[in-house]
Design a binder for this molecule. Structure first.
Ligand SMILES: *Cc1c(COP(=O)(O)O)cnc(C)c1O
Length: 428
């Protein structure tokens, strides 16, 4: 048994400071049980907890750390920048540099705006879509997470096309009255929504590769369908690429599938481990944003120089030849290795690029939230704690996906495969 007494002590103390002892709910380990591990340090693909236990990390801060922890180039850039001051509230050349790096390698957007989180990027993108189209309603998919934006904290009603009900206390029903919720991978539902609310829908927002409620692969055809529907109805298509941006390809899912949304949101990887988000679109759409246009959006720490330099250092490495191919090869090696030692298919692994998801299911594919069996999470819990014992750290919930970084080595992957083998024995 690994000892985690120091983490447990820290957690007790943390509970006196923060609701549930954490500053973001899923960190609390509620869905797998037990106490969260407090992390002291990370290097490459490994992290060490407060008791000194070492783990191979597949959470990678929930996605941002595509180069692994404490990447030397990122650290050097951050160090150099911050010695000249950490924030000015005035423009810096670093904002231009990161924007140029992104825009000159991305044919889907022409201008962007930096913000400080994924939530903020999405919130601003929704406002922009409404401002540009002069329409109020927005359409989202059940099972997609877009940050804690009021109008998107919505759970589906009982019908195919419903106005959502607020899924969080503190969000008035009147705030979500303009949010239409439909199931993923369901063309009829989208068509019905457009029929019912003709000329009223400002935008459709989707995670093109939904990865916050399992990995609900939609496929290119469904996304193309959304593109066509949006164009036909003068509705903007927003790809929320906060996870998939710079992860599935440098241009995210838009690049992978070669589909042009009207607005794209970024977060996570874009900041090299610092709080950065962005939203981008055509020059025409972006011209609606203040001070050029009348859609207001601002931020004291937006385009923060330290965060910009981390983003530049990280994304420059992502642009190296074969970066994404190598990452995918590693992921395939891991997934194939685990599949090999799992002959009775107790669980399946769904994957795309360097994102993977373990699902205890008999289904060949899972494309919508309602296909996930909540009871299967009991198995994940057993596997999760067995993996921790073997030195493997995943995000603490069966609804969360895993991420590889380019710092993961073949040795890490082999150790992970044998840890799964041990875990499987505990399950059967
Ligand atoms: C993480 C995430 C967000 C929210 O980003 P934060 O930086 O946590 O605010 C929004 N959309 C998607 C798709 C995400 O994965």
């Amino acid at each position: 048994m690994i000892t985690t007494t120091k983490s447990a002590e820290l957690f007790e103390k943390a509970k006196t400071y923060f609701p549930g002892g954490v500053n973001s709910p899923v960190r609390a380990f509620r869905s797998v049980g037990g106490n969260p591990l407090f992390i002291d340090k990370g290097k490459g693909s490994h992290i060490w907890d407060a008791d000194g236990n070492e783990y191979i990390d597949y959470c990678c801060s929930w996605g941002p750390l595509i180069l692994g922890h404490a990447n030397d180039t990122v650290l050097n850039a951050v160090d150099k920048t911050m010695r000249n001051g950490t924030s000015f509230g005035a423009p810096t050349r670093l904002e231009n540099e990161l924007a140029d790096l992104i825009l000159s390698n991305n044919k889907f957007i022409e201008k962007l705006r930096f913000v400080s989180s994924g939530t903020e990027a999405v919130m601003s993108a929704i406002r922009l879509a409404r401002g540009f189209t002069k329409r109020n309603k927005i359409l989202k998919f059940e099972g997609c997470y877009h940050g804690h934006v009021d109008s998107l904290l919505v759970k589906a009603g009982s019908g195919l096309v419903t106005f959502g009900n607020s899924s969080s206390a503190g969000v008035p029903e009147s705030f979500v009255n303009e949010t239409i919720t439909v199931p993923l991978h369901n063309k009829t539902a989208v068509e019905e929504a457009f029929k019912k609310y003709k000329n009223e829908i400002a935008c459709i927002i989707i995670e093109p590769v939904p990865a916050n409620n399992g990995l609900l692969l939609q496929g290119k055809e469904f996304l193309e369908f959304l593109r066509e529907q949006c164009t036909a109805n003068n509705t903007l298509l927003i790809f929320d690429e906060v996870i998939s941006g710079f992860r599935l390809s440098f241009c995210g899912a838009a690049g992978l599938f070669n589909i042009k949304p009207d607005i794209i949101t970024y977060g996570k990887i874009i900041g090299g481990g610092f709080p950065v988000g962005a939203y981008g679109a055509s020059k025409e759409i972006m011209s609606c944003v203040s001070p050029e246009g009348n859609v207001y959006q601002a931020g004291t720490l937006s385009g923060n120089p330290v965060a910009m330099s981390a983003g530049i250092a990280q994304l420059t490495q992502c642009l190296e030849k074969d970066f994404y191919k190598n990452l995918e090869d590693k992921t395939n090696y891991l997934v194939e290795g685990i599949t090999r030692i799992n002959p009775f298919k107790l669980f399946k692994i769904f994957k795309l690029g360097s994102i993977f998801w373990i699902a205890f299911t008999e289904k060949e594919s899972i494309t919508s939230a309602e296909d996930i069996d909540a009871n299967s999470m009991a198995y994940f819990k057993v596997l999760y704690h067995s993996l921790l014992e073997s030195g493997i750290y995943l995000g603490p919930s069966g609804y969360e996906v895993g991420f590889l970084s380019n710092a993961h080595t073949k040795d890490d992957l082999d150790k992970t495969i044998s840890a799964f083998e041990t875990g499987l024995k505990k399950l059967s």
